[in-house]
Write a protein that binds this ligand. Structure first.
Ligand code: HEC
Ligand code: HEC
Length: 256
């Protein structure tokens, strides 16, 4: 038997949701009636509800137990899905209302000023969350770690995120965020900035931006030899960049 659950149909326009044709084994374990739906319609069909719930879980990269009272690995029949005890469930209900309002009230307003994309792009949980429960950008997460525990903590946080999320699209592990993080740390915490520039060079050994950034930190510290070494490497990679030329001249001329 083929099971058809509208896993991520999750259109949030209730009318647009195609009800699944067959119940799944999961839905067989769910209560017959839902007693605490405050945003979704009380009489929603079980497969449709499961479609929403899977959308929540996948959008946030969590399991049902993140929001619901129940034990991982136990049958759903033992869960208390109606309970609002867990804070994430209460936040998720707010988020559901917000998301529905964006789709049904806010975004249609585009047509007053421009042409709406057709077919319309619908906001879903995953649009913001990208598979993590707290949708912070990587710059912010790493900067917070640096503020708490300095360069080592920032590097450790970055590596940990990379280990878990690389390839998932949850965070941008490209060169640019690393440069921005390090530049942001710049004068406030030069050691942390150097640690992040080093990390950038580990993953992007040809990063001229990381080399120039490194040189800038050393110049600010008046460590001319270290600055020169970084600039010469940068120059090898980007022989025509006037900024590197200028910085080297500054070093040799003793200008500050
Ligand atoms: C991110 C939080 C979140 C996750 C993850 C989540 N749910 Fe929910 N669930 C909710 C919210 C919020 C409601 C209530 C919606 C409303 O008030 O309209 C709800 C309602 C329910 C209900 C109806 C309970 C009742 O009687 O009122 C069931 C059943 C349910 N979820 C099952 C699941 C299952 C199964 C999973 C895992 C596949 C899951 N949920 C994952 C947030 C979540
Ligand atoms: C427009 C962007 C956006 C969309 C769409 C969105 N969220 Fe969120 N979500 C956020 C932001 C921002 C926060 C952080 C809120 C705060 O500061 O507490 C958040 C926080 C949460 C949290 C608490 C996370 C934590 O660890 O504290 C839950 C649970 C959640 N969202 C569920 C959902 C669900 C379920 C959906 C889809 C129905 C959804 N969100 C759609 C932006 C969004």
């Amino acid at each position: 038997m083929k099971r058809r659950i509208p896993i991520l149909a999750f259109a949030l326009a209730l009318a647009a949701i195609v009800a699944a044709s067959l119940p799944s084994s999961a839905s067989a374990q769910l209560p017959e009636e839902f007693t605490n739906l405050q945003v979704l319609p009380e009489d929603i069909a079980t497969p449709e509800l499961i479609g929403y719930m899977r959308g929540f879980a996948m959008g946030l990269g969590v399991r049902c137990t993140h929001c619901h009272v129940g034990e991982e690995g136990r049958p759903f029949s033992e869960f208390d899905f109606a309970s609002d005890e867990k804070e994430p469930k209460r936040k998720a209900r707010f988020m559901l209302e917000m998301t529905m309002a964006l789709n049904s009230d806010v975004l249609p307003g585009i047509s007053e000023v421009a042409t709406r994309t057709d077919p319309a792009v619908r906001v879903q949980c995953v649009t913001c969350h990208r598979g993590v429960s707290l949708p912070r950008q990587i710059n912010e997460v790493v900067a917070m770690a640096a503020a708490d525990g300095g360069g080592d903590a920032a590097v450790a946080k970055y590596r940990e995120l990379r280990e878990v999320y690389y390839g998932s699209g949850s965070y941008d592990f490209g060169e640019q965020p690393l440069i921005e993080i390090a530049s942001g740390l710049g004068r406030g915490d030069p050691d942390a900035a150097l640690a992040i520039f080093d990390l950038a060079l580990e993953y992007y050994p040809e990063s001229v931006q990381a080399l120039v950034g490194t040189a800038q930190v050393y110049m600010a510290r008046d460590d001319k030899d270290a600055a020169r070494a970084a600039l010469l490497k940068a120059q090898e990679l980007a022989p025509d960049q006037p900024q590197i030329q200028r910085m080297l001249q500054q070093l040799d001329g003793g200008l500050k």
